[in-house]
Design a protein around this ligand. Structure first.
Ligand SMILES: Cc1cc2nc3c(=O)[nH]c(=O)nc-3n(C[C@H](O)[C@H](O)[C@H](O)COP(=O)(O)OP(=O)(O)OC[C@H]3O[C@@H](n4cnc5c(N)ncnc54)[C@H](O)[C@@H]3O)c2cc1C
Length: 443
């Protein structure tokens, strides 16, 4: 009997793991279980809509899904449709690959005011994630504050800074394109608690900020150090030098006809969100960096804004039956092992660190662990899962179904755009109903 393995989560870590297991020497059957009908996790719902090339990795995931050992159960949520205990009863190994979908809270006074959003929610909104399509973010003020100095903060700034023409060849949902078109935003402030050399940007993303049609990047040259401190790895040194050179280039740019400005503000720690019911300004404290940490100087300042997006990291979502480290916001594990026959990979294991390909080694490690830990299959896997789901009236979506949904999205794409995403789960299921034809009909 083959070893049965359930991977929960169809993001990059889930697919890399399925790929490694599909190649493993041991006879196994791998089922990927995903809460949404659509696979690919943050590739579909996180990667910026104007970075279509980054999403091309899904082609190799598609090949993995087509492998004879691999099955796909979309629209099935662990915790909603079945418990972890039930799943462990059905499969020899259960692999948690559910990512880190929750925003780390900003945790300053006033951060509950209307107009303050975490990046997970805001990015989910402009990427058409069904959980966030009704976010209706406050985009009616000229000023925006974006907190955090990572790539996601740059994504948010860029999407808010781009013109409708620049966004027209993306898969931005119509509701988001329309809201952004109407938004009177002209001033974007990117705040980092520490200095420019501590920022975690990829240089290619930072450079993009210098090539926007209607937005000028503004940097105060006084905030840029002359040189980089000693003691860094060669890789970090090179990255920091590149980013500093890019920022120096921004500092030397002449203002043209751009309507918008994106201000890079370093050494600024948010203290309080100000306003009545909704955000009107952000109060910050100037900092200096001591031994790599931001230390407040006591000097404060305020920046008017109607929208605050905080991009200061993500946390995994606790799942009943899984030991959880509240501090790290991740599942407690020893190199991916959680308990006998229970494993964790990707952002649920490591926290929100690394790019898509950083999840690949987890899959390789996992395949080695499972093939070493489990010598033969004992549990029924897919057929028993289907019986359990059918008994509960749960409707799962196979990979061929997903391809039907995807084809409908591509067919509906406006000229030049890759797809028009179907947003609601119901909308996706309706495509399948339409493709199946009327009940009892010949189609
Ligand atoms: C906004 C943003 C933009 C990014 N942009 C880039 C980029 O441009 N390039 C790059 O290389 N990297 C980028 N990254 C990083 C990259 O997306 C991550 O490294 C990667 O997605 C992590 O993979 P994962 O599989 O662990 O998690 P995820 O991609 O989050 O996948 C987790 C999956 O599990 C599913 N799931 C969750 N809970 C359940 C449940 N209870 N039951 C069933 N299924 C469940 C989710 O729906 C999701 O599909 C970005 C990250 C973010 C947050």
């Amino acid at each position: 009997m083959p070893v049965t393995i359930a991977i929960v989560g169809a993001g990059p870590s889930g697919f890399y793991a399925a790929e490694a297991l599909a190649r493993a020497a041991v006879d196994c059957r791998i089922d990927i279980i995903e809460r949404l009908p659509a696979p690919y996790g943050l590739i579909r719902y996180g990667v910026a809509p104007d970075h279509e090339k980054t999403k091309k990795v899904t082609r190799s995931f598609e090949r993995t899904a087509g492998h004879e050992r691999v099955g796909y159960y979309g629209n099935v949520e662990l915790g909603r449709d079945l418990t972890l205990e039930e799943l462990r009863g059905l499969y020899d190994a259960v692999v948690v690959a559910t990512g880190a979908p929750l925003d780390r809270p900003l945790g300053i006074p006033g951060s509950d005011k209307a107009g303050v959003y975490g990046a997970a929610a805001f990015v989910g909104w402009y990427n058409g994630h069904p959980d966030f399509r009704d976010l209706d973010p406050r985009l009616d003020s000229p000023g925006v504050a974006i907190i955090g100095n990572g790539n996601v903060a740059l994504d948010v700034a860029r999407i808010l800074a781009k013109t409708p023409e620049e966004l027209s060849s993306t898969d931005l949902p119509d509701y988001a394109a329309e809201a952004l078109r109407r938004a009177p935003i002209v001033e974007l402030n990117l705040f980092g608690r520490r200095g420019p050399v501590q920022a975690k940007w990829a240089n290619v993303e930072l450079r993009e900020m210098g090539h926007l049609a209607d937005c000028l990047p503004v940097v105060d040259p006084a905030q840029l150090p002359e040189s980089i401190a000693d003691g860094l790895s060669e890789r970090d040194r090179r990255l920091q030098e590149k980013n500093l050179a890019t920022l120096r280039g921004f500092a030397g740019l002449e203002a043209g006809k751009q309507r918008k400005r994106v201000y890079f503000s370093f050494y600024a720690k948010p203290l309080e969100v100000l306003g009545g019911g909704r955000v009107e300004a952000l109060r910050l404290e100037r900092t200096r960096v001591e031994a790599g940490r931001a230390v407040g100087t006591g000097e404060t300042f305020e920046v008017p804004c109607g929208l605050v997006v905080s991009s200061i990291g993500y946390r995994a979502e606790p799942i009943e039956g899984l030991p959880f480290d509240e501090g790290a916001g991740a599942v407690i594990n020893r190199d991916g092992r959680v308990a006998g026959g229970l494993y964790v990979i990707g952002w649920a294991k490591r926290g929100p660190i690394g790019v898509i390909s950083s999840n690949k080694p987890d899959g390789v490690t996992l395949a080695r662990q499972i093939t070493g830990d489990i010598d033969q299959g004992r549990k029924p896997g897919g057929p028993a899962l289907e019986r359990l789901l059918a008994g509960r009236g749960a409707r799962w979506v196979g990979f061929a179904d997903w391809k039907t949904i995807e084809a409908a999205e591509v067919a509906a794409a406006p000229p030049g755009a890759p797809r028009r995403k179907l947003i609601g789960v119901d909308d996706m299921l309706a495509v399948l109903d339409a493709a199946a034809g009327p009940p009892g009909g010949a189609g």
